[in-house]
Design a protein around this ligand. Structure first.
Ligand code: NCD
Length: 356
């Protein structure tokens, strides 16, 4: 049972933050339609499939100048702000490009040193200021809960603007999960879809937000088996394991990459997230056992796909890029289309796109 939005509005931030997610999702929706996009748990099969069709349609329309010119009229009366105070290449550029595709005007803040937070302005005032100038706020922040707090604050004002989470600390990255899922869906299109597949996730599963968000999103598919491969210190979080058990989803944990990638249909590689180290605690981990090398290609399934949210360090040898199973550059490009589709969905313009 979801609590009514108006009751949720009365809660203090601490009370709201500690409310279980399933009880507060209605606060981020408008008449059952996605308003803020903060967590993977906001998606179900219906809105996932819908956003996928919109993404594919936008991609087709944008192939011609006439089509792209038309798309650019759809939200030409709207402004978006990209508030990215944690480093980003792909998420930032693909959101910016997605906004351009739909005609939104974009402004950006990429460091608190250039905004008035440097003068001691509070979060409340900073965020309220954003909403005076923009119709959509896309944000990446190193603090878990910051995007949620922003949405909590703005939804109580007279001028709420939708918030999209482009990465919230170690917690979630729901739009990366959407593009990962869109890529999986494309790759398994003629292989029975995503249901019944074995997904191996390799690397820093403790602090990698993409792994967490993709795990949550895959709950919408049947009989998925997760193989979590990591050094002992970087194992998947207890909260994720609790989620998997609650939803009766199958998983195993191992540190034997060579053996366990052999049965996988998708191998999702990740980087060590040492920016979250407090005392260089991941410095001494031998990460080389969790690198995908050319010699592994003959061990994995002929039809398996290799994914990575990027950026990579040495997790995937560069020579693997030319293998037809390597999907990470496609993932990157898919990010732009899926983000355009998500924005179209939030602004409820997808009807005209699908009928184009
Ligand atoms: C990921 C992120 O920021 O979490 N990158 C991305 O958005 N494509 C993964 C990472 O930084 O390792």
């Amino acid at each position: 049972m979801q609590t009514k939005s108006k009751d949720l509005k009365k809660l203090s931030w601490e009370e709201f933050y500690n409310t279980p997610l399933d009880k507060k999702l209605s606060y981020f929706a408008e008449n059952n339609h996605l308003f803020d996009c903060l967590f993977s748990q906001q998606f179900n099969r219906k809105n996932i499939d819908h956003i996928f069709s919109v993404a594919t349609k936008i991609r087709t329309i944008a192939k011609s100048k006439e089509g792209l010119d038309w798309l650019q009229t759809l939200l030409s009366h709207k402004r978006a702000m990209l508030y990215f105070i944690q480093p980003s290449t792909r998420t930032f550029l693909s959101f910016q490009s997605a906004c351009y595709i739909l005609g939104l005007k974009v402004s950006e803040i990429r460091s608190t040193s250039t905004s008035s937070e440097a003068k001691g302005e509070s979060l409340e005032d900073t965020v309220r200021t954003f909403s005076s100038y923009t119709d959509l706020l896309i944000m990446r922040h190193f603090e878990e809960g910051f995007a949620e707090k922003t949405a909590w604050l703005l939804n109580k004002t007279k001028r709420p603007v939708p918030i999209i989470n482009g990465g919230s600390g170690k917690d979630q990255h729901p739009t990366q999960a959407l593009l990962d899922l869109y890529t999986l869906n494309w790759a398994f299109n003629d292989k029975g879809g995503i249901d019944n597949k074995t997904i191996a996730m390799v690397g820093d599963l403790k602090r990698g937000r993409t792994v967490r968000s993709l795990t949550y999103l895959l709950k919408n598919y049947k009989n998925i088996k997760f193989v979590y491969i990591s050094p002992d210190y970087l194992r998947i979080g207890e909260d994720i394991k609790h989620f998997l058990k609650k939803h009766r989803m199958k998983y195993i944990e191992t540190d034997d990459m060579k053996k366990s990638i052999q049965d996988a249909d998708a191998i999702y590689m990740t980087r060590i997230q040492d920016e979250y180290d407090i005392n260089h605690e991941s410095k001494d981990i031998d990460y080389s056992k969790f690198h995908l090398k050319k010699e592994h290609l003959k061990l994995i399934k002929k039809n398996a796909i290799i994914m990575h949210p990027l950026p990579r360090r040495d997790e995937i040898e560069h020579s693997i890029d030319n293998d037809p199973r390597a999907m990470y550059w496609r993932q990157e490009r898919n990010g732009m289309w899926i983000r355009a589709a998500l924005i179209a969905h939030i602004f409820r313009i997808e009807g005209s796109i699908l009928y184009y």
